[in-house]
Design a protein around this ligand. Structure first.
Ligand SMILES: N[C@@H](CCC(=O)N[C@@H](CS)C(=O)NCC(=O)O)C(=O)O
Length: 128
């Protein structure tokens, strides 16, 4: 069943990918406008985050829309084509599944947050 879903989403990404990217480009939320000071504070809060993602994964798009809507600057790594990022995700995160948010805590510990809903909830809380 797991393999079925893996190939199902792979096929969806392959066939619909270009259309999904075009749709994302034209419909990306505008984002919150903040003063430079407020944006600086938020940027500091997100500087410890890295999003592992695929360009044409619908779940990653959902997270990228949240990033755009909340005007959050988060480093993104392509876990599909960039083999170093893919290996990091698998070896340190525990599995190849995107989106995954790598959170480096104040003590240097890294937490790997899987599931688009959990990532979106985490991002939403950051700006609350
Ligand atoms: N329920 C998960 C679904 C994530 C998911 O299925 N992602 C696919 C890409 S669209 C994946 O990582 N598949 C593993 C692979 O391609 O190797 C979520 O909402 O984040």
């Amino acid at each position: 069943m797991k393999l079925f879903f893996r190939y199902f989403f792979k096929t969806v990404r392959l066939i619909l990918g270009p259309f999904m990217l075009a749709w994302e480009f034209f419909t990306l939320p505008k984002g919150i406008a903040r003063t430079p000071e407020d944006q600086g504070r938020i940027d500091a809060k997100t500087s410890n985050l890295v999003l592992y993602q695929y360009r044409t994964c619908p779940f990653c798009m959902k997270v990228r829309r949240t990033l755009a809507r909340l005007s959050l600057q988060v480093e993104k790594r392509d876990a599909q084509h960039d083999l170093v990022s893919r290996a990091e995700l698998e070896q340190q995160g525990g599995q190849i599944k995107v989106p995954c948010l790598r959170i480096t805590e104040a003590d240097g510990q890294q937490r790997w947050l899987y599931e688009s809903k959990a990532v979106n909830d985490y991002l939403q809380k950051l700006v609350a």
